[in-house]
Design a protein around this ligand. Structure first.
Ligand code: UDP
Ligand code: MG
Length: 319
């Protein structure tokens, strides 16, 4: 046993602007907990001085441990790396930009210990500091996920959460390549609770979640947890069949009255529409096949290039 009680995993991508503020706020909170802790700062292949700054801070803060991924692998992959290397009996994941207040870690840990919980979610009770666009896309995301997956997805619970060692060990052996933890964790069914907090503004720097990455997360979420998109083909097929039946009857009635329907336009549009629908369904199928292919290939989702705990971690290649 290492004696570490609490590990705090912080994924960071190009966060040089928030490192000083993060350290200044996180350290007193963790020192005040009076438990043995470690901070696992995961540098997700940043192109800026994030790793260098963290390494510097580590000289005067022995509990700060730096993991560096060889390339930018994405938020969820960085979290995975952190979970795999964390040593604590409890593991908290938190964003680097101080949108999740570190002060909430103490009530999370207390709730878990006192009530015997394995998972404690940080639930955003107030997101008014997020932009209208972020709030409405997030709202749509949680509604869609509840619909696809069922009612047990805690709304407004992002990646600020506390997990027990038991949950972490379960997560570590799952074969998922791009796990979406905010859905995966509730699906395991461990005893859970929540602590609500007010979402703050990003302390410094810009969001690392452009629309492209948000859409990627939404698609990973839907495809990993639901086969409903595949059923779209069945429904569209049934719809086209019904439309065809109706048109057949209509055509026969017109023909019985001694005329035929002229129609280059209608014919052409029908052919084109069906071709489009078929291609979309084929594309959806392809997405699922690609996921199977990636799972079978079983390549690691990230490579850890540097771990300050390793016997010989080597130099931090500072850009
Ligand atoms: N992040 C990461 N890799 C990425 C993108 C983001 O490790 O490819 C980290 C980022 O540094 C931050 C957290 O994920 O600690 C959440 O990102 P951000 O705060 O930019 O997202 P937002 O709050 O805008 O949704
Ligand atoms: Mg943020």
């Amino acid at each position: 046993m290492t004696g570490v009680v609490l590990s705090v995993v912080v994924p960071m991508f190009n966060e040089e602007a928030v490192v000083p503020a993060l350290v200044a706020r996180l350290r007193p909170v963790l020192d005040g907990l009076a438990v043995a802790y470690e901070v696992v700062a995961v540098d997700d292949g940043s192109g800026d001085r994030t790793a260098a700054l963290l390494f510097e801070q580590g000289r005067t803060w022995p509990e700060l441990r730096l993991l560096r991924l060889r390339r930018n692998s994405g938020h969820q992959a960085a979290l995975t790396a952190g979970l795999h290397r964390a040593r604590g009996d409890w593991v908290v994941s938190i964003d680097a930009d101080l949108q999740d207040p570190p002060e909430a870690i103490a009530p999370m840990l207390a709730a878990a210990r006192e009530r015997g919980l394995d998972v404690v979610y940080g639930v955003r009770s107030d997101r008014s500091s997020d932009s209208l666009f972020k709030r409405s896309t997030a709202g749509a995301y949680y509604r869609l996920m509840r619909r696809l997956i069922g009612g047990d997805v805690p709304a407004q619970a992002g990646d600020f959460r506390l997990l027990s060692r038991e949950v972490v060990e379960v997560l570590k052996v799952l074969p998922e390549r791009t796990p979406v933890y905010r859905l995966l964790v509730p699906s395991l069914g461990f005893a859970s609770g929540s602590v609500s907090y007010v979402r703050e503004k990003r302390a410094a720097g810009e969001t690392k979640y452009p629309l492209r990455k948000m859409a990627g997360l939404a698609w990973d979420s839907a495809a990993d947890f639901s086969a409903a998109p595949l059923r779209l083909a069945t429904w569209l097929g049934a719809l086209a069949f019904l439309a065809c039946l109706g048109l057949m009857v209509f055509g026969l009635v017109v023909w019985a009255n001694g005329t035929v329907i002229p129609g280059w336009t209608s014919l052409f549009l029908a052919v084109l529409l069906l071709a489009a629908v078929q291609l979309i369904c084929l594309g959806l199928l392809g997405e699922y096949v690609a996921r199977i292919y990636r799972t079978v290939q079983n390549r690691p989702a990230f490579h850890i290039g540097f771990d300050s705990l390793a016997p010989d971690p080597g130099p931090v290649d500072i850009p």
